[in-house]
Design a binder for this molecule. Structure first.
Ligand code: BES
Ligand code: MN
Ligand code: ZN
Length: 499
């Protein structure tokens, strides 16, 4: 995996020809040990802060270029004063914020010391995770990187000064696994659909094998045998085959409990099919596999950090295209569950893919729970914007745990209602159900559709149409594909399902 920043731990001093990062609160005084390192430059902090009205607030920073006593050094002073709400420091965001301030700096040392009090090894590891997530780039198809300055392309080296480097290094190991999982998910979402189609996506999932993940890819023939006509119906208009990829990480051998299962929508390109989408913005539909990307990234993270859990990932990979062989409005598809579906709109394809993927997961694994992720509806963006993913669940405990993990990671979810009145909206005149419920409550009727395929398995559906792609840039993500959900679900597993 490409490293866009090199991270090391150790004792450092202000690096000649480099950037030295120190942290201060409202009094603009760093920790005593840092102050000693700064020498004469320490005296410049207060007057400089006055000049630029820097008050040590979170998400603010001040640059001192070669202050007296620190010749050849850029001093980057970063605010960590407690905010009004008294919220604890989010070290992942802090790491991302600092990386964002580095600019073209190549040699960086961070005096990772609280202005007053202590920061521990876990905080240093979270900080490093933030650096790493912020540093991610997707520029493999650009001949001119970094606005044409090719010489500048080398990854910056950041040394983090902590009291116990070995402890920080150990604490970072699982975070590195998470970072690589997020990066993988982002890259899969960012890849164009002429490169990443069902077969090539499946090949990327197979690359998890060396990490100890069991991976199996079912092709059209295998799925036809299983009766997956809903998923196959969506893919039949494409030149590409469809795939169902099943990944298993057995990190809790000998434990009798059933596996936890994650299911992802993997529509590698969603043109809408015969109910074709308008041209404007259609290019975004390369990201309609963000749910599947998250599941692959999550499986990678769990395996790489050797999570003590039995986890399964199931992703339904198709391309939704118009053409002479494509499925059409008014077609009736018989799903793997036996339930029949009248197609009203071929652009409501994600739920058809998930219907068979959920049925397969339920029958094959008898899961402890199933969580599906899908860029399922534009309607969820109307409701929640890009701030929360929509959460739908038949299980209050699972929903509460997801909400808590969301708050802890910043990948927040908002629970939406389900109910029989919504369920009625997808009853069909000709089949057991139809694949759209009309204009109203579009995200909810989509979830009701999925619910008809989960039986009494504890289940949660995350509609990530707003959060998985085209994300607003923030401290820890500048990428179009956000990798949303990897950190959320890793946390869910770590908090509640590891032995
Ligand atoms: N993939 C789209 C949903 C989507 C839209 C994701 C925008 C990300 C950004 C999904 O397959 C879709 O087309 N949904 C339709 C459903 C409708 C036809 C009932 C929608 O949301 O308009
Ligand atoms: Mn669609
Ligand atoms: Zn779609």
């Amino acid at each position: 995996m490409t490293e866009f920043v090199k991270i090391a731990y150790g004792a450092v001093a202000a690096p000649k020809g480099g950037t030295y990062v120190v942290f201060v609160a409202a009094d603009v005084k760093p920790a005593p040990r840092v102050a000693a390192l700064l020498g004469a430059a320490q005296a410049r902090l207060e007057p400089a802060a006055k000049t630029v009205r820097f008050r040590g607030k979170p998400s603010s920073a001040m640059d001192l270029i070669e202050p007296a006593g620190l010749e050849g050094v850029r001093l980057l002073v970063v605010g960590v004063a407690p905010g009004k709400d008294g919220a604890p420091i989010d070290f992942t965001s802090l790491g991302g914020f600092v990386f964002g301030k580095l600019g073209a700096a190549k040699k960086v040392a961070v005096a990772f010391l609280a202005p007053a009090g202590e920061w521990d090894a876990a905080a240093a590891a979270e900080f490093a995770l933030g650096l790493r997530l912020r540093a991610y780039r997707f520029d493999k198809y650009k001949n001119k990187k970094n606005d044409g300055d090719d010489a500048d392309d080398a990854a910056p080296s950041v040394t983090i000064e902590v009291a116990e480097p070995a402890a920080a290094r150990a604490a970072f190991a699982p975070r590195l696994a998470i970072a690589e999982g997020v990066e993988l998910a982002r890259t899969l979402v960012n890849e164009p659909p002429n490169v990443l189609f069902p077969e090539s996506f499946a090949a990327r999932a197979l690359e998890l094998k060396p990490l100890g993940v069991e991976v199996e890819a079912l092709d059209d023939k295998a799925m036809a045998k299983l009766g997956m006509n809903a998923l196959l119906g969506v893919g039949q208009g494409s030149k590409h085959g469809s795939r169902l990829v099943v990944m298993r990480w057995r990190g809790a051998p000998g434990r009798k409990s059933k596996p936890v299962v994650f299911v992802g929508k993997g529509v590698c390109f969603d043109s809408g099919g015969i109910s074709i989408k308008p041209a404007a913005g259609m290019e975004d539909m390369k990201g309609d596999m963000a749910g599947a990307a998250c599941v692959v990234g999550l499986m990678r993270a769990l395996a790489a950090r050797k999570a003590k859990v039995d986890a399964v990932g199931v992703i339904g990979l198709v391309e939704n295209m118009p053409g002479g062989g494509a499925y059409r409005p008014s077609d009736i598809l018989k799903s793997m569950s036996g339930q029949t579906i009248e197609v009203i709109n071929t652009d409501a394809e994600g739920r058809l893919v998930l219907a068979d993927a959920l049925t397969y997961a339920r029958e094959k694994f008898k899961p402890r729970f199933m969580i599906d992720l899908a860029t399922l509806t534009g309607a969820i963006m109307v409701a929640l914007g890009q701030e929360h993913a929509g959460l739908f669940s038949n299980d209050d405990e699972l929903a509460a745990r997801l909400s808590a993990a969301g708050v802890a990671t910043g990948e927040t979810v908002w629970r939406m209602p389900l109910g029989s009145a919504y369920d009625k909206m997808i009853d069909s005149r000709f089949a057991d159900m139809k694949n759209t419920g009309g204009r109203n409550a579009g995200a909810i009727t989509a979830a009701q559709f999925l619910k008809r395929f989960v039986g009494d398995t504890p289940w949660a559906h995350l509609d990530i149409a707003g959060t998985g792609m085209s994300s607003p840039a923030n401290d820890i993500n500048q990428s179009w594909g956000s990798g949303w959900g990897v950190r959320l679900l890793d946390r869910l597993v770590a908090e509640y399902y590891e032995s």
